[in-house]
Design a protein around this ligand. Structure first.
Ligand code: ASP
Ligand code: MG
Length: 430
């Protein structure tokens, strides 16, 4: 039997009891004959608490020291988990990201993994031990400083290690039973998706579904590493994230598969804001100057809409969405352009939400947008902006209507199950 990589999130190891429960689970996998490599996140809300602490000390913590501080969270979990496993009579050894050979670039707070050389992990496995690795962290190839991979980065550690170790599967354990057709917290009839393609999973994650770290799915797709997303609180089979051609291979529910094939899920995101530049002169180069200013402020934008200009005035409006946290930076960058661009005014709206339907089947099924928009209209939801990809349709709506929009989309594409399937076992949702 081969290597299994298991990643446990913060809510699975929130306290001593959780750590012991997870330890038992890891041992069960070991007893089945697998070599087990475990990646852990910080216990409970530790990372948030450490960030709060840093901000109490200084409003702008130096990135190098902040990374050093945050990686302590995962070190605590890896050590106590190794102790718990040893107390149950099994060999276990903990390793920091750096000891596990996770090599990154030098971008503190959002480092990218550039290489994994897990020599000490393979050595520990060869000696019969279970290897426990601190997630979310690595060491910079150039500066040799400790780095972190960005919030939620332990998923990416797990997939990267699974690839480097040529594991059979990367299991990601959290406090829900898998990936659902919508967030069970706002859609009680959400259903577990048995299999989902990397592409659909990427779209869901990018559109705000808090399932997996975006980069972990990109990494898995690049190397064809199957991910099994499941709960550490139950024994249920979770969701398999796999190549598109493996999604419907052994589908036993073929008769109901028609509808499922079109829309896989509904994602929502409340973390965005909308800026409208009102009264932009409709001439060459204006959009270029506006978005250059945003780019130079290092802000990632999402949707853009430019209206046709009114013939009478020759003026147009340009709206775009961006992460809420960057709203003020963007507004001040744009206000500096008023003289050169000559727009009339700026509008800022942070009470918006994005609702997206995702499904590989829509690229070959006409009428999906129409159905989605009709459902929104029947629910009295006004659409402010629209964007699409080959396998996604997203709309911006007012924040108070996000739940209505999700429920309407979920119902119109028959995604709901008859009984309540989703159980949220833990976590504070922080
Ligand atoms: N502990 C880190 C965080 O909360 C990394 C992770 O959980 O994956 O973002
Ligand atoms: Mg966490």
């Amino acid at each position: 039997m081969g290597i299994v990589v298991q990643k446990f999130g913060g809510s699975s190891v929130a306290d001593a009891a959780g750590v012991k429960r997870v330890a038992q689970r890891i041992i069960n996998t070991r007893r089945e004959g697998h070599d087990v490599v475990v990646v852990v996140s910080a216990m409970g809300d530790t990372t948030d608490e450490l960030i709060d602490l840093a901000n109490e000390v200084t409003p702008l913590p130096p990135p190098r020291e902040l990374d050093m501080l945050l990686t302590a969270g995962e070190r605590i979990s890896m050590a106590v988990l190794a102790m718990a496993i040893q107390s149950l009579g099994h060999e276990a050894r903990s390793f920091t990201g750096s000891q596990a050979g996770v090599i990154t670039d030098a971008e503190h707070g959002r480092a990218k993994i550039i290489d994994v050389s897990p020599g000490r992990i393979t050595a520990a496995l060869a000696e019969g031990a279970i290897a426990i690795v601190a997630g979310f962290q690595g060491v910079s190839q150039t500066t040799k400083d400790i780095t972190t991979l960005g919030r939620g980065g332990s998923d990416t550690t797990a997939v990267a290690l699974a690839v480097a170790l040529d594991a059979e599967v990367c299991e990601i354990y959290s406090d829900v039973d898998g990936i659902f057709t919508a967030d069970p917290r706002i859609e009680p009839r959400a259903r577990k998706v048995p299999r989902i393609s990397y592409e659909e999973c990427l779209e869901m994650a990018a559109q705000g579904a808090k399932i997996l770290h975006l980069r972990c799915v990109e990494y898995a797709r690049r190397y064809d590493m199957p991910i099994h997303v499941r709960s550490s609180f139950s024994e249920k089979e979770g969701t398999w994230v796999v190549p598109a051609d493996q999604v419907r291979v052994d589908d036993t529910e073929k008769d109901t598969a028609m509808e499922e094939a079109i829309i896989t899920g509904v994602a929502h995101d409340r973390s965005q804001a909308k800026i409208t530049v009102v009264g932009v002169p409709d001439k060459v180069g204006e959009a270029a100057s506006i978005f250059r200013a945003i780019a130079d402020a290092q802000i990632n934008i999402d949707m853009i809409v430019q209206n046709v200009s009114a013939a009478a005035t020759g003026l147009t409006d340009i709206s775009f969405t961006l992460p809420r946290g960057e709203g003020q930076t963007a507004m001040s960058a744009l206000s500096k352009l008023q003289g050169s661009v000559g727009y009339e005014r700026l509008q800022y709206d942070d009470s918006v939400g994005k609702v997206s339907i995702v499904g590989a089947g829509m690229s070959s099924a006409p009428g999906i947008s129409a159905r989605f928009f009709e459902a929104l209209s029947d629910a009295g939801v006004n659409i402010e902006m629209i964007s699409t990809s080959e396998i996604r349709v997203s709309v911006i709506v007012t924040e108070t209507q996000v739940v209505d929009a999700v429920n309407a989309a979920h119902a119109t594409f028959n995604l709901g199950s008859d009984e309540v399937e989703a159980v949220v076992y833990g976590g504070t949702g922080r």
